[in-house]
Design a protein around this ligand. Structure first.
Ligand SMILES: Nc1ncnc2c1ncn2[C@@H]1O[C@H](COP(=O)(O)OP(=O)(O)OP(=O)(O)O)[C@@H](O)[C@H]1O
Ligand SMILES: [Mg+2]
Length: 219
């Protein structure tokens, strides 16, 4: 696989960008894959979370803070010839770091909590991504349902995601305490043992879907 950059982007804070990045990191580490994490968010949540995870011996590397004018070049350098970079972005599509990440990414994931306000703010993210895709034809982008409640209402809202122009990822994360708790224990759901079985399965599904998309060209 050539060098690949995966950017996790949303307009609304709290959609789950950092959680998605760190759980994917745990899933990749579980498989013994090498990868790096770039933290483009000045809040530095991925940096702090990854410091705990690395210290706990999870195989998750400490994130690199990436910020400023050369953010895009830094991401490219991190990906190098064959590396995989997970890039956690700030909660704004106007932030220069988000825009820089979109210019160099191979794939964008947009976590969306199935609630009306998240859906509204996702329209703006979608518009920006479609504009970038008009210039960068190879850029893949997916909506990733996050914090999905297993109720009828959530099911209807996930169905509604199909009305967006961006495709919905072939994976989703449910609302689970394990995703939040794993930050406290210093790692991902793979550090929580059997109690987090279902969460681990969801993350494996997400990593599998991600790697498959990175290995195939856009149709
Ligand atoms: N699938 C989930 N199940 C339960 N809790 C979740 C899930 N995803 C995220 N959370 C919780 O939601 C909160 C926000 O998540 P997170 O920090 O990952 O979002 P973010 O998009 O990175 O936020 P910000 O925009 O502030 O960087 C956290 O408390 C996190 O633990
Ligand atoms: Mg975050």
């Amino acid at each position: 696989m050539a060098g690949r950059i995966v950017a996790v982007v949303s307009q609304k804070g709290g959609a789950g960008k950092t959680t998605v990045v760190m759980q994917m990191a745990g899933g990749l580490a579980e498989q013994g894959r090498s990868f790096s994490i770039a933290d483009l968010d000045p809040q530095e949540s991925a940096l702090r979370w990854s410091e705990l995870a690395a210290a706990a011996g999870t195989g998750i590397p400490v994130a690199e803070g990436v910020d400023g004018k050369d953010a895009g070049d830094r991401l490219r350098a991190m990906a190098g010839g064959r590396g995989l970079v997970l890039a956690d972005c700030p909660p704004s599509i106007e932030h220069p770091n988000t825009l820089a990440a979109l210019e160099v990414a191979d794939l964008v994931l947009v976590p969306v909590v199935p609630s009306p306000t998240d859906l509204w703010s996702t329209r703006a993210v979608e518009k920006l991504i479609l504009q970038v895709q008009a210039r960068r034809k190879s850029l893949k982008a997916f909506l990733l349902p996050n914090r999905v409640l297993r109720t009828r209402l959530a099911g209807e809202i996930v169905d509604f995601l199909h009305e967006f122009s961006l495709p919905v990822a072939g994976a989703a994360l449910a609302q689970r305490n394990a995703f939040a708790e794993s930050a406290l224990v210093g790692g991902s759901v793979f550090q929580l043992g059997r109690a987090a079985d279902s969460a681990q399965e969801e993350v494996r599904g997400l990593v599998k879907a991600l790697l498959k998309e990175l290995e195939t060209k856009k149709k």
